[in-house]
Write a protein of this length. Structure first.
Lengths: 110, 118
């Protein structure tokens, strides 16, 4: 049950796009279309942004999009806004009733 | 209002036990998969355990298997986490979360802090 690998940080200016990767293995990310993404502001609970790789819950702006290729999933935030400055975590089902989170990425809006 | 409210956290000595709770409201708790996720101070999210709506299906992270037990009382709309043989590395903010989507958590509580220290 090793954590999925994310870059520690990413940044972009307002209006630009940023893409965060989430690398796992053929036993988790590569095995299931189960990757979800969470946004967490300091001192707050996580918020679901993407589920089942590409789907957005109601109320999440379409600036947020997800994709997957092989053992790596990605979250793209287009048209960066100040409120997107936060920590982002990916997660995947890993089989046998087990889940795993990513290491987390701090997104800074410059 | 749809919400989850955790309680029961506190300071416990290494080797000790603690039970934390999560009160659910505003949705059909008895049909919801429920999970515990923890976050050590300044660290990332770590999935801990899950239970299905009926209370028969569970899963545990290797790091807590054999020490932690998840349970629920659907009549009280409450989820529990019994934590035994606690270690310093179990110190974290413990969130309960609803598995509202397949493989994803759509509703989170505010967390309850568990500190394991002598």
């Amino acid at each position: 049950q090793s954590a999925l690998t994310q870059p520690p940080s990413a940044s972009g200016s307002p209006g630009q796009s940023v893409t965060i990767s989430c690398t796992g293995t053929s036993s988790d990310v590569g095995a299931f279309d189960s990757v979800s993404w969470y946004q967490q502001h300091p001192g707050k609970a996580p918020k679901l942004m993407i589920y089942e790789v590409t789907k957005r819950p109601s109320g999440v702006p379409d600036r947020f999009s997800g994709s997957k290729s092989g053992n790596t999933a990605s979250l793209t935030v287009s048209g960066l806004q100040a409120e997107d400055d936060a920590d982002y975590y990916c997660s995947s089902y890993a089989g046998s009733s087990i889940y795993v989170f990513g290491t987390g990425t701090k997104v800074t809006v410059l | 209002e749809v919400q989850l409210v955790e309680s029961g956290g506190g300071l416990v000595q290494p080797g000790g036990s603690l039970r934390i709770s999560c009160a659910a409201s505003g949705f059909t708790f008895s049909t919801s998969w429920m999970h515990w996720v923890r976050q050590a101070p300044g660290q990332g999210l770590v999935w801990v355990t899950q239970m299905d709506g009926g209370g028969s299906g569970t899963g545990y992270a290797d790091s807590v298997k054999g020490r932690f037990t998840i349970s629920r009382d659907n009549a009280k709309n409450t989820l529990y986490l019994q934590m035994n043989s606690l270690r310093a590395e179990d110190t974290a903010l413990y969130y309960c979360a609803r598995g509202g989507y397949k493989f994803a958590w759509d509703l989170w509580g505010q967390g309850t802090l568990v500190t394991v220290s002598s």
